[in-house]
Design a protein around this ligand. Sequence first.
Ligand code: PHE
Ligand code: ZN
Length: 892
Amino acid sequence: MSSSPAQAIYLRNYQAPEFALDAIDLTFELDPQATKVSAEIQVRALGENRCLVLDGQDLTLLSLAIDGRPLDADEYQYQNDQLTLLNVPSAFCLSTQVEINPQANSALEGLYLSNALYCTQCEAEGFRRISFFLDRPDVLSRFTTKLIADPQHAPILLANGNPIAQGTLADGRHWVQWQDPFPKPCYLFALVAGDLVCIQDTFVTQSGRSVDLQIWVEAENQHKCAHAMRSLKAAMRWDEEVYGREYDLDIYMIVAVNDFNMGAMENKGLNIFNSACALADPQTTTDLGFQRVESVIAHEYFHNWSGNRVTCRDWFQLSLKEGFTVYRDQAFSADMNFAGVQRIEEVTMLRSAQFAEDASPTAHPVRPDHYMEINNFYTLTVYEKGAEIVRMLANLLGPQAFRQACDLYFTRFDGQAVTVEDFVACMEEISQRDLSQFMRWYHQAGTPHVQVQGQYCPQTASYRLDFQQATPDTPGQTNKQPLLIPITMGLLDAQGRPLPLKLKLASGEIQALGLQGVLELTQAQQSFEFIGLEELTEAPIPSLLRGFSAPVKLSFPYTPTQLATLMAQDTDAFNRWDAGQRLALDTLMPLIDAQVTQIDLAQDAPMLLEAYRALLTEAEHTQDQAMLASMLRLPSFAYLAEQYACIPVEAIEQVRQAMRFALARTFYPQWKALYQAQISQQAYAPEATQIAQRSLKNLCLDYLLALAAVPEYQQEVYQIALTQWRTSDNMTDARAALTLLAHAPDASWGRDPLAEFAQRWQQDALTMDQWFSIQATRPYADTLQQVQNLLQHPNFSLKNPNKVRALIGAFAQQNPLAFHQISGAGYAWLADQVIELNGFNPQIAARLVIPLTRWQRYQDTRQTLMRAQLERIQAQANLSADVYEIVTKALQ
Ligand code: PHE
Ligand code: ZN
């Protein structure tokens, strides 16, 4: 917790460092409560300044010397997290010794203990809690690290780079010294010490070097590492093949720890992972979990180039490494899985969660220009919208030029700390395009709206598309300028056949685009005219924003018939799915506005009825279960909520359930047959085809269980779910069945299965997290009482971020009915948890409070109640900078 009041830091005040710290030699004498950290730092002044100011937080200073001479009390000052050394020489060796307390570190930043394991987390500014240093990413040093510990407690001692020496001391402690040959910023420093086992493999790089791969875990998790290892090797190969990037050290280590604030961390040669993102086995991990491990392993590996070899000049540039690396891991996942569905899932998350962030009090540009606490900026905007920006660049340049531009970026800036401008300049240089307007994507917050109208003129056999773009105001930003928005598109005739695109340019020239083209919007209003449509007898159907070619909200006045044609015929998988989403929104929203409680499909939703009939009819023959499952899934609560300025919580939930019920009942035989057709005798494997089949099967199960309260179906659907729960050999199917049983209106359906689950998995922390989540998301108001009870459960701990997310996070973010219950009890309870967490883990507290900051999107009663809780939090003494920044923004 910061002792001084939180203050904003501005990008425009950036100043280059005045000292280089060329090398640092660290020695750790590990002890749970009194770890001694000695550092020998080679310092070199870069200019005239001889006053060196180092960062240091919660450090007990033991000694300080320059070139071996201990400093007098009047030669330095340590206050407000800064160590100031007056009149230093132009080049010298600084020796510092400090003491820190890993056991008391509950913020999980710096050096801390997770169970009995010592580990570190230094990004963004955690290294200053370990040693005095210039804790900023543009200071790169060569690190050596010597770890000394009791061999009983910490037989394994790991740090970045290669082990170069080891031994035993007279007092029985052992030590290992590591050296990292690559200069790096201190946020990439890591150490791990404890009782771990490892699974090993090797990887031979494209140039023929052999790399040792090691995954270190607690002994009981050894059987859960195979998938991570497989994923790592696939990622290493992929980065060589797709980006020409080779790994650079002789050893690559991954460690799984239970207590971790985020997903994982790309420390050089020594990644530290939240065990939830590294461990997987069929018994306890769902398909989604397997896919997450695959993508996070790849993400951290890809950082070795996009982040480590080329790093960020300052934290405002965070998206330089994160947006780029997410783009890279998404492309990898698309290659490992079904690309169409992979894209659908990315966009689903972007449109429901990132768009919501962009429309909230915490909205910020992909490259923010100020912050109070950088930890608050590891957001969907920096990561996911940042990835969309890189995707647009890749599409604007085309695959070859984009690869060349990336090569240029990696070569030119290898070993340097750079900016977003440096990255985009490489794109400009290779493509010979001026991307200055494109840069606005990095500066302007908010989701652009693109409105499109079509004008068909039979006389001239032409079709004109009129575009308007606008980006709404966001906190601190008004008068947004037009962006460069690439619209990948095609035209279909009324039967759904693709039409050749002949674009009429301003010069009068005709440009033939083939069957698909990219229109580049650059102005607030812009028109494009297509000619040569003599064959047509009615207006063509535009298929716009294929593959979601830009992170915008696009509207076009489609008729339901046009949407049905796109759904069935478009060549672009994403747009086939999106046409279905539009049709569902157009159907559901009027019903939500009318607050209907029962739906007659033939009357209220004739087109949707036909669309489902068509999908279910061809279902028997489909080769693409993954796509079918996506097409048959109704828009989520979150996506529906995003369509409303004022979110009608109960009506959305009610209509969604009514629609699910109506579809379930109308197509009961089809759901049942399709469900049974997906039951497989194959042994479980987390591979794309099987995953697709299970997702379709469990979607069918979801529809079947919609009838849990109807007497004529009740017994049958109960038995189907119970049988799946009892007989499945994998967590994907078991969890799907358990969730539906536990969420059934009759609470007794879930009672035994939940107890069985707890009985079986109580020793397995990650698996119990799922048990907490299933209960936290039960869609009834009385869930609050159950969640309150679960806080006291012996397997729950507020100190473990995964538990907090599984129980409290899931309740606040995925249980709208219970969280938003009109009494305000859900809000008050969340605020209690935020206040408590603020005292020991500010980062997690600041993330947990986010749902309350969205108060403007709810009706008056809720607004008042939510604000009252924010004010109560704001009034707390000892508010961390993390929570203070978020709450203050929310109340402005
Ligand atoms: N840099 C990590 C990643 O994206 C995320 C992270 C940030 C982890 C801060 C811990 C702390 O891969
Ligand atoms: Zn990352």
